[in-house]
Design a protein around this ligand. Structure first.
Ligand code: MN3
Length: 202
């Protein structure tokens, strides 16, 4: 099978107390694995299994119509979760520095305004989906959301950071309190890696 589940870059309990080990284990080993399995099932034998997940998402119209929805959902699920894990780390949080800090100040006015705007987008997103911090197709820093497992890559964006606000991402620990989960999640944001991604994009 062409697509495989990438290992978490830290242990299941590494993000405690902000995200509990049981949630991380189920989310990675069950939910993320299922997107991998269903993507493999959808594309195997079609010739499209030669493409990377990002290539599939970046040109969904080239994917045959009979598997396009499955690819959109499951390639999205694979890519989104990999980005989510990589955007977090133990002993992280705080604020970015360097060029990303300058760019955030210039686009949003301050880090606090950026953070409040992102938080509001994530809290108020109706139903299941994701909030994103991206470089949009015009090259501007932007905050956006997508429903379900849709990826900003399909809209020509480069993703810097994303948060999963499906209930499975937080329900065990936070029940219906999505806002508390998001507040806690900020303590895990891996600004070091995100700043490096931003630097490379310049
Ligand atoms: Mn999820």
């Amino acid at each position: 099978m062409p697509y495989t589940l990438p290992p978490l870059p830290y242990s299941y309990d590494a993000l405690e107390p902000y995200i509990d080990a049981k949630t991380m284990e189920i989310h990675h080993s069950k939910h993320h694995q299922t997107y991998v399995d269903k993507l493999n099932a959808a594309v195997s034998g079609t010739g499209f299994d030669m493409k990377s997940v990002e290539e599939l998402l970046g040109d969904l119209n080239s994917v045959p119509e009979n598997i396009r929805t499955a690819v959109r959902n499951h390639a999205g699920g694979v890519s989104n979760h990999t980005l989510f894990w990589n955007g977090m780390a133990p002993n992280a949080g705080g604020e970015p520095n360097g060029k990303l800090s300058d760019a955030l100040n210039s686009t949003f006015g301050s880090f606090q305004t950026f953070r409040d705007t992102f938080t509001n987008a994530a809290v108020t997103l109706f139903g299941s989906g994701w909030a994103w911090f991206v470089i949009d197709k015009n090259g501007s820093l932007a905050i956006t959301t997508t429903p379900n497992q849709d990826s900003p890559i399909s809209h020509g964006a480069k993703i810097l950071l994303g948060i999963d606000v499906w209930e499975h991402a937080y329900y065990l620990q936070y029940q219906n309190r999505r806002a508390d989960f998001i507040t806690a999640w900020w303590n895990t944001v891996n600004w070091k890696v995100i700043s490096e991604m931003f630097q490379k994009s310049l």
